[in-house]
Ligand binder design. Structure first.
Ligand code: HPA
Length: 255
């Protein structure tokens, strides 16, 4: 089964039909995780939808319970995740409105619960289903190539240009970066910057789920353009861009 994780600007999937909501208990969360399940037109299997920031967009990026979210999806039988992320653009092809399918990631986040394998055998951090307490998953290809191809093919079908190779720099937030920080990210090779790409991708890998990101650039990263970054401008780009992202997801899942 496939799941879509929605980010800023994508709090539900408008094409989803016969929708039901499920609370999924996890060892990582009090009260469980709310996941929406439903059917997309032309898709046989049900599709799960999980708004990363919680219902009503209440959780900032550093407070999201990434472990609980991914564990809940895995519990429901999800084995492929398409994650939607709003990002800032650093390199010329990734300006506001650009849709980007990253192929690499650099993790600058800190203090987040970022692994299911933290070496402890306390009930919470080491649920029974993980037989190991230590594991080092391979992140040579942090995003699943089949899912990336699926997204690229869907974009060709839609005749919407996408940037098909990019390095995602994951920052802690919730503040935006300083121009000096963005300069450093650019020197490191980052093309886009966002606050939610990690540890999500790594946790999906730890659970053996295929994972890819569909990123929408909603602003030039700090210092790249002379223009001030305003939430107003970001919301304008989000609204238009997420409509395209929804279409793209639908075509991808129908394939
Ligand atoms: N930086 C970090 N995260 C973001 C940005 C940004 O400029 N825009 C949207 N998410």
């Amino acid at each position: 089964m496939i799941a879509i994780i929605g980010g800023s600007g994508l709090n539900n999937l408008s094409a989803l039909e016969q929708v039901s909501e499920k609370w999924v208990d996890t060892p990582y969360s009090e009260g469980g995780v709310l996941v929406t399940q439903g059917h997309l037109p032309g898709v046989e299997l049900p599709v799960c939808f999980l708004p990363r920031h919680g219902k009503g967009h209440v959780l900032p990026p550093h407070r999201i319970n990434y472990r609980a979210n991914l564990y809940a999806l895995h519990e429901l039988g999800v084995r492929a995740v398409l994650a939607v992320n709003a990002v800032g653009g650093i390199t010329s092809a990734t300006g506001p409105g650009a849709i980007v399918i990253p192929d690499q990631v650099i993790d600058y986040t800190w203090g987040r619960e970022h692994t299911f394998f933290d070496g402890s055998d306390s009930g919470l951090s080491s649920p029974d289903k993980f037989s190991q307490t230590v594991a080092h998953v391979d992140m040579t290809n942090p995003y699943d190539e089949l899912l990336r191809t699926l997204l690229q093919d869907a974009s060709v079908n839609l005749r919407h240009p996408v940037v098909t190779q990019a390095v995602y720099g994951a920052t802690q937030g919730p503040r935006l970066e300083t121009p000096a920080e963005i300069k450093r990210l650019a020197q490191d090779g980052c093309d886009i910057v966002g606050m939610t790409g990690m540890p999500e991708a790594a946790l999906a890998r730890e659970l053996g789920m295929a994972y890819a990101s569909l990123a929408l650039s909603v602003n030039w990263a700090a210092g790249i353009s002379q223009e001030e970054i305003t939430m107003e401008a970001i919301h304008r780009v989000l609204e238009e861009g997420m409509a395209v992202i929804e279409q793209l997801l639908l075509v991808a899942v129908q394939r």
